[in-house]
Design a protein. Structure first.
Ligand SMILES: Nc1nc2c(c(=O)[nH]1)N[C@H]1C(S)=C(S)[C@@H](COP(=O)(O)O)O[C@H]1N2
Ligand SMILES: [Mo]
Length: 254
């Protein structure tokens, strides 16, 4: 409110003072300067209201009370995944495809060689439980920058190894998506370690997404592919994620 009022007052001052405004701009006490300052404040407030500037809370080691409870898929049964797991994910590749200038195929060694971020955060599952754990991984933004997103890219889609459903029409593999603002958020990481250990299979080995401002189902486990797209219409039933296609929110803000 204050910003808005100052902005309006500043506008009136500008209109009244006519051609003197440029001189006034060098005077530190001038209303014109106040106008510029409050206008900057307004722009920042408007942008933040739109894109969100919040960091999810981070905790201390002492807040980690129990292991991360595995939920959803906990042991993908596909032959390719089982083979990879048996060899310690030595053959694992993360692909980055779609609307990018430089498609990527990254080994775990390549991913862990990139600068990492570690964060102790709380995971909230829509089913009503939470747990605090320490996650280490490479910021998703770092990986996307390697692939150089094209201007048309709007969403990052995550393709996973686990068949979450087996029906008459075949297997449905878990899929999720976030927009590029969330993708470049500093706490959005591709985690390969949890509580100081390599990520266990039950929690999404070898690589799982952490999107700390949203609910657990957004945090795709067993990720093998990231695809940049301009629309979610062609994915699943068109709402952007396995669970969004089944009635949950696509933007699952906490
Ligand atoms: N690939 C994949 N990712 C997934 C799921 C899943 O079944 N498959 N379940 C989701 C849900 S509902 C939750 S709460 C978290 C659970 O993560 P955790 O097993 O590490 O606790 O993973 C999410 N990501
Ligand atoms: Mo969940």
């Amino acid at each position: 409110m204050t910003d808005r009022r100052q902005f309006l007052l500043g506008g009136a001052a500008l209109a009244l003072s006519g051609c003197k405004v440029l001189d006034g701009a060098t005077d530190p006490d001038s209303r014109l300067r106040a106008l510029f300052a409050s206008h900057e404040g307004l722009t920042r407030a408007a942008q933040r209201a739109l894109i969100g500037d919040s960091l999810a809370p981070e905790f201390s080691e002492a807040d980690i009370r129990q292991g991360q409870r595995p939920n959803g898929s906990t042991d993908p049964s596909g032959a390719a995944y089982r083979r990879m797991a048996a060899s310690g994910f030595a053959d694992y590749r993360l692909t980055v495809t779609g609307l990018v200038e430089a498609p990527q195929s990254l080994s775990l060694a390549a991913l862990t060689a990139l600068p990492s971020r570690t964060q102790i955060t709380r995971h909230d599952c829509v089913e009503g439980w939470s747990s605090i754990a320490r996650w280490q991984g490479v910021p998703l933004g770092t990986v996307l920058r390697l692939a150089r997103p094209k201007l048309a890219a709007r969403y990052a889609v995550f393709h996973c190894f686990d068949a979450i459903e087996r029906g008459l029409s075949g297997e449905i593999f878990y899929y999720e998506s976030i927009d590029l603002i969330e993708a470049f958020h500093p706490q959005t990481i591709l985690a390969y370690a949890m509580n100081g250990m390599p990520l266990p299979v039950a929690n999404g080995a070898p690589l799982r997404l952490r999107v700390e401002r949203q609910l657990g189902y957004k945090m795709a486990k067993y990720v093998h592919g990231i695809e940049l797209v301009d629309s979610l219409a062609a994915l699943g039933r068109g709402r952007g994620s396995y669970w969004a296609d089944r009635g949950y929110e696509w933007y699952a803000g906490i």
